[in-house]
Design a protein around this ligand. Structure first.
Ligand code: CP
Length: 328
């Protein structure tokens, strides 16, 4: 936040909020904004949330607070886990999950929409089809805004929960080989996760069809930090050496030419046969939704962590809401 923004926000601190809390009033736009200490702090709070939910289910940390859930693109997990997170913390939600039924359908701009919502809500969660939309919206609201996916840009809260999942499932990140599979071009989750993992001592394998490779700009950014990145087209080349296999859906909605999608949509499918080759101790992740990239026959494999990954997401989002609202 700039000094000017901090000054503006400082005049809007409601009674009872902790203005010295490290995340108070901050926007969450990109994983690039986090320090190592931030990550440790977020995960510590997420663990506390996990324990509290296990012990008492819900509590009143955010009682009286309102979240505006503004989704211009479809969502099941991100939208409902932010709702669940807010409600388990005693707060309430304004759901705008289908902008067709909001004034967006009358031509209202994103800046006007977030300016309007800030009049009612204490925090805004935004999913939008355009890269950079959250950064733009953040310029027009004094309330904290959280990026829930901006087109092919980033999905920072997903990357945080993915990292939290790796820590929960495998106990460490340093020393791991993480293999990302599928649509690395349009998959915003892998864009954020690769950036986040590059802070650690990891090797990144990128397995995709040629037309869906990790964008060069992200590869170059990560290369500057010295993280090894190896490009493959064949999953068989790396599955046996991978500690984490992170599978993504080919994003049909981002293709201009349906024939291009048809040519690559079934390129990689994880089956029980695939898992026979994988390490005994590894984690198979997927941000979901899946289409056909992981066979349902794999779901009962203890290494298949994608449904646990969803649950971890709620604890991480509880932590983020509490932090940006100055209550953790
Ligand atoms: N992982 C994820 O972003 O899922 P949704 O599209 O269902 O929110």
């Amino acid at each position: 936040m700039t000094q000017e923004e901090e000054k503006v926000r400082a005049t809007h601190i409601p009674f009872g909020d902790q203005r010295d809390a490290p995340f108070y009033g901050r926007d969450i736009v990109s994983v690039r904004q986090f320090t190592d200490d931030d990550l440790t702090y977020i995960f510590d709070v997420a663990h506390e949330m996990q324990q509290m939910v296990a012990r008492i289910g819900a509590f009143d940390l955010l009682k009286g607070k309102l979240l505006a859930n503004l989704f211009y693109e479809p969502s099941t997990r991100t939208s409902s886990s932010f709702t669940a997170a807010m409600e388990r913390l005693g707060g309430s939600v304004i759901p705008i999950n289908e902008v067709t039924y909001s004034s967006v359908s009358k031509g209202e701009s994103l800046p006007d929409t977030v300016r309007s919502l800030e009049a009612y809500a204490d925090v805004i969660v935004l999913r939008h089809p355009e890269k950079g939309a959250t950064a733009l919206a953040a310029q027009y609201t004094k309330k904290p805004i959280i990026n829930a996916g901006d087109g092919v840009g980033e999905h920072p809260t997903q990357a945080l929960l993915d990292l939290f999942t790796i820590l929960e499932e495998l106990g460490e990140v340093d020393g791991l080989t993480v293999t990302m599979v599928g649509d690395l071009k349009y998959g915003r989750t892998v864009h954020s996760l690769a950036r986040l993992l590059s802070r650690y001592d990891v090797t990144l394998n990128y397995v995709s069809p040629d037309i869906l490779r990790m964008p060069e700009s992200i590869v170059a950014e990560i290369e500057n930090g010295g993280t090894p990145q190896i490009v493959h087209t064949n999953l068989d080349d790396v599955i046996a050496d991978s500690d984490v296999v992170y599978v993504t859906r080919v994003q049909k909605e981002r293709f201009e030419n349906p024939a291009d999608y048809d040519a690559v949509s079934g390129a990689y499918v994880i089956t029980p046969e695939t898992m026979k080759v994988a390490k005994d101790r590894m984690a198979l992740l997927h941000p979901l939704p899946r289409v056909n990239e992981i066979s349902i026959d794999v779901d009962d494999d203890p290494r298949a962590a994608y449904f646990r990954q969803m649950e971890y997401g709620m604890y991480v989002r509880m932590a983020l809401l509490a932090l940006v609202l100055g209550k953790a």
